[in-house]
Design a protein around this ligand. Structure first.
Ligand SMILES: [Zn+2]
Length: 484
């Protein structure tokens, strides 16, 4: 297989649908609440009753402009909507309002590890309803709540060359729409949906192979697996002397295989024509500039700032800025640090905090420890008042208190109440040191005879005797002088 991978080169383009976080639908005032009972978020407009007229949601334009500007697209001053005609039970109008030859955004890119993946276009459209086939054995049900919900479609150039790159591109896109606060990025709930166009060509040639489209990939993992399978399938076809047929494929997440769905519709099958019920979308320079000036700090800029201001390594800056809320959390911890300990704050968040997030399968928004308390824990270690090991014990106690306003979550309180402060008083430590040496005369003799590696044995005994509270540096010094 490896030699075949050297012979062929995949060509991948992704089409991503992102559901916008607008409170109401694209062309009517119906709510977009995901959890509403079936067929309650509907009105004559989104049900396509004759005589009704759609009215464009201004926030949809605002949101798509944010992404267009952030990916350095050209934002067209005048764009129009088009009707995409097709018949489907969950599309009561018989057509979908979309944009065709005049999309609002075009010609941008997303940067992946120094490489630019081109964005052909980003356009606005409406979602369809949902057909549900698995609730009843002999009938299909239709829920029209999603009908008319605002979507944007992000079409990439066929610049992606591996399943991993496709995965990275999607992660980057998700991170961006979440930072821009236009989409919740939840792929499992359908807020992000991906179709992949894939073909293979002989390496080093310009001639493209026949492409297939893999539909409805509903997780990042599925995109990766589907592409890997599909690339192998196409190479297999060509190697066995057959040719790849231009088809739409579906992916089965259980078998991890793609299979043909139907022969691919050509664009003209949709009989696109300009939507006569909506006026031209007009975006003037002033609106564009205002949107540009209101863009939040984007992940890459944030990572650069973290490296500069907090002196973090590349790796830390990348991990902490993956998620905007995690980055905010780190910054509020840093605000309450006494010395210059932002690297310790970064370590705590990347290990102890993120471990809890993973174990509990929660986001940082649901993490219950107040950043002030994490800062105060780091301050206790930095001041030499508790050791790293005691800090872990204190942290375990902090985690038991779910209410951040409860004083019992404060590490200072825990340390005082449980008597966990580090003992730095050398006369007290010396008493323990002497006792440990007396209790272990054989080891003491061997140490004096030259087995200096036994020092670790004595350190362990003293630390145990002091319940971990003795200052390790003082313990070392006193053991060496008393054993000598
Ligand atoms: Zn409606």
């Amino acid at each position: 297989m490896n030699s075949l991978n050297d012979k062929y080169e995949p060509v991948i383009g992704l089409e991503v649908h992102a559901q916008m976080k607008t409170a109401s639908k694209a062309f009517c005032k119906c709510s977009t609440n995901f959890h509403a009972p079936p067929n309650t978020n509907v009105c004559p407009v989104c049900l396509g009753h004759p005589g009704t007229l759609p009215v464009l949601n201004k926030n949809l334009v605002e949101y798509i402009m944010r992404l267009g500007i952030a990916t350095e697209c050209d934002v067209r001053e005048r764009s129009i909507f088009a009707r995409k005609n097709y018949f489907y039970p969950d599309l009561p109008k018989g057509y979908q309002i979309s944009q065709y030859d005049q999309p609002i955004c075009s010609g941008g890119h997303i940067e992946l590890a120094g490489r630019k993946i081109g964005i052909t276009r980003i356009h606005m459209e409406e979602d369809s309803g949902k057909s549900i086939h698995d609730l009843a054995s002999d009938e299909s049900l239709v829920d029209l709540n999603r009908c008319g919900v605002a979507l944007i479609e992000i079409v990439s150039e066929p610049d992606i060359t591996t399943p991993q790159e496709a995965y990275d591109y999607l992660m980057k896109l998700k991170q961006l729409v979440v930072y821009l606060d236009i989409c919740d990025g939840n792929m499992e709930e359908g807020s992000l949906r991906c179709d992949a166009n894939v073909s293979v060509k002989l390496k080093g040639t310009g001639k493209l192979g026949t492409k297939c489209e893999v539909k409805n990939l509903n997780s990042f993992r599925n995109v990766y697996d589907a592409l890997e399978y599909e690339i192998g399938r196409q190479i297999g076809m060509i190697e066995s002397g057959n040719s790849v047929i231009h088809q739409t494929m579906t992916f089965d997440a259980r078998t991890k295989k793609t299979s043909p769905m139907r022969s691919k519709e050509e664009a003209h099958d949709y009989r696109y024509f300009p939507e006569p019920d909506l006026v031209t979308v007009y975006v003037d320079e002033k609106w564009k500039e205002k949107t540009r000036s209101m863009l939040p700090e984007l992940p890459q800029m944030k990572a650069e700032r973290f490296k500069k201001i907090y002196a973090l390594p590349d790796y830390d800056a990348d991990v902490l800025t993956q998620d905007r809320e995690l980055a905010d959390y780190f910054e509020s911890v840093c605000k309450h640090l006494k010395g210059n300990n932002s690297k310790s704050a970064s370590n705590w968040i990347m290990t102890e905090v993120m471990r809890v997030l993973n174990d509990e399968k929660i986001g940082i928004a649901d993490y219950w420890i107040d950043p002030v308390n994490i800062a105060s824990l780091i301050n206790l270690i930095a001041d030499g008042r508790i050791s790293n090991n005691i800090a872990k014990e204190v942290y375990t106690n902090m985690l038991l208190v779910k209410d951040p306003s409860n004083k019992q979550q404060n590490p200072e309180v825990i340390v005082n109440e449980k008597g966990l402060l580090q003992v730095t008083d050398s006369s007290e430590i010396e008493k323990i040191v002497r006792k440990v040496i007396e209790d272990n005369p054989n080891e003491a003799a061997r140490y004096k005879g030259g087995e200096t590696k036994l020092l670790g044995f004595f350190v362990g005994k003293v630390m145990k005797e002091s319940k971990g509270k003795a200052n390790p540096k003082t313990v070392n010094e006193l053991l060496i002088s008393n054993l000598g």
